[in-house]
Design a protein around this ligand. Sequence first.
Ligand code: HPA
Length: 277
Amino acid sequence: MAQDPNAAAQAIHAKAPGFHPHVALVLGTGIGALAEAIEDPTIIDYGDLSGFPRSAVEGHAGRLVLGKLSGVPVACMQGRVHLYEGHPAADLALPIRALRLAGCETLVLTNAAGSLNAEFLPGSLMMLSDHINMTGANPLIGANDERFGPRFPDMTMAYDRGLRRRFADAATALGITLHEGVYLALLGPNFETPAEIRAFRTLGADAVGMSTVPECLVARHCGMRVAAISTLTNLAAGMTDEELSHEQSLTVGAEAAKDLGRLLPAFLASLSPDTGG
Ligand code: HPA
C-alpha cells in the first residue's frame, strides 16, 4: 500500500503554521543553491516528511525550503530522486501530491540536460514546450487514486502556455536567452550512445535527461499547472569528441543556474498579482 501524502502535507503545515505555498519548485542537479534566495525560510529535512524519498546523488540536498520568493509563497524541493536510483516510479508521486495538498497549484521543475540542438549551447537555458517519455516507467501506474485525478489524464498541455509566456517575457526583460524545445526523458543512469542521440533527434527531441517527466505526469494528473526549465550542461553524446560526466553537469549547470537564479524570481514576480502572493 502506497504511503498517504496527507501525512507529509500536515507535517508541512505543522512546521510552518499559517504558511500556504502557492508555487512548488523542484531544483535539479547543480541548481539547488537557488533555494538560498528564499526569504525567511523554514527548512524541513525530507527525513521529517513521511514518504519523501531522498536522493543519494551529489548535488541533491534533500530538504524542503518554505518561504517567499519575489513575494510569492513557495515550497522548494532542494533535491529530487531519480528512477535510476532504483525507486519505484510510484514513489516519485508522493512529494508532488503532498505539495498539492499543502496548497501549491503551480509546479516549476528544473533539471540539467544534454542538448541535441547544435544551436542550444551548453550553459544556456531551455524551457520545455513538451516532452517525450522514454523512461519506460510511469508514476501513475497501479490503482488510480481518484482523490487526485482521472485514470487517463490528458497531456495535450503538459507545460502550461501562460506560464511559458511569463517565463519568456521575464527572460526577454532580463536579456537572458531562453530556448524552447522538447525534452526527452530516459531511465539512465548511463549517458546515451551517439546512435541513440541521432535517433532521438529524428524523434524531435531538443534535450535529453533523466528526470522531470515523472513529476510532470503526477502534477498534471492532480491538476497543477506545470513549467519546466533545463540547464543545458553539454552537447549530447557524439556531438563533440568530449566524454560526458556528472562533474560537467554540476559545473556547467552551476554556471547556467546563475541565469536561472535571476529568471526564476522575475517569473515569480510576474505571478504575484494572480496568486495573491
Ligand atoms: N544526457 C542525459 N542526461 C543528462 C545529460 C545528457 O547528456 N546532461 C545532463 N544530464
